[in-house]
Design a protein around this ligand. Structure first.
Ligand code: MN
Length: 233
């Protein structure tokens, strides 16, 4: 039996609707600029005919469940919400075709890709990595995982409110790279594994929250989420 100098970090996991087992998290991938109107509001419009999808990762340790109260993070004055459809991978796959991509789908959740926008934009404009802007403690929020094995979601309202006021409202049919395309393309870079989460990108309307704010969001046909922004440490 292996012994460790100290206790290894716990496996991160999410509840699964209708099951007692939890969904163990392997990796968290995020798709950048995957709705045209959001790409435009970021000043970086996307031309799919000449550009490829791009990705960044967040540590599994950044994950918190819907319903949590999180600490307002250090080193930012512009902490943004990004409401996203989250894809949960249930089978391994490498160089998967778009036609077979549905075989990797375990289910979906509703998520928040929380972002230190001030740090992300400095990094972007200086050509630096995005890690401190994106890989934020308590900065990856997800609802329960809803089992929908083999299902490819093609439409449904995606919306977010802060303190009851609508900030984001769109439809996942506006994804630039859709679920099949994301799985096929990401699997050319990585051997996708059960437990991988893919945050599929956010629509327009992103904005800042402050301590005391209440975020609620939903993806039609999948799940709802909520998050409370607590005080800074
Ligand atoms: Mn995002």
């Amino acid at each position: 039996m292996t012994t460790y100098l100290f206790n290894p970090p716990a496996v991160q996991s999410l509840p699964i609707r209708g099951k007692t087992e939890r969904f163990p998290i392997n990796r968290i991938f995020c798709v950048g600029r995957n709705y045209h109107a959001h790409a435009v509001e970021m000043g970086r419009p996307v031309d799919k005919t000449v550009e490829q999808a791009f990705y960044f990762t967040k540590s599994p340790q950044t994950l918190v469940e819907s319903g949590a109260t999180v600490t307002y993070p250090p080193r930012t004055n512009n902490y943004h919400f990004e409401m996203e459809l989250v894809l949960a991978i249930g089978k391994e796959g490498f160089r998967v075709s778009e036609a077979n991509a549905h075989e990797l789908v375990y289910g979906y959740g509703a998520g928040l890709d929380m972002t230190r926008r001030d740090l992300q934009l400095v990094a972007r404009d200086k050509g630096r990595p995005w890690d401190t802007g994106k890989d934020i403690e308590q900065g990856s929020v997800c609802s329960e995982i809803v089992p929908m094995p083999g299902v490819v979601i093609e439409n449904g309202t995606i919306a977010l409110e802060v303190n009851g006021v609508t900030k984001q409202s769109s439809n996942v049919d506006k994804l630039i790279w859709n679920i099949r395309e994301i799985i096929a393309d990401l699997s050319t870079y990585y051997h996708l594994q059960p437990g991988d989460l893919i945050y599929t990108g956010t629509p327009e309307g992103v904005g800042a929250v402050v301590s005391g704010d209440q975020i609620t969001g939903r993806v039609e046909g999948v799940a709802e989420l909520s998050l409370t922004i607590g005080a800074a440490e």
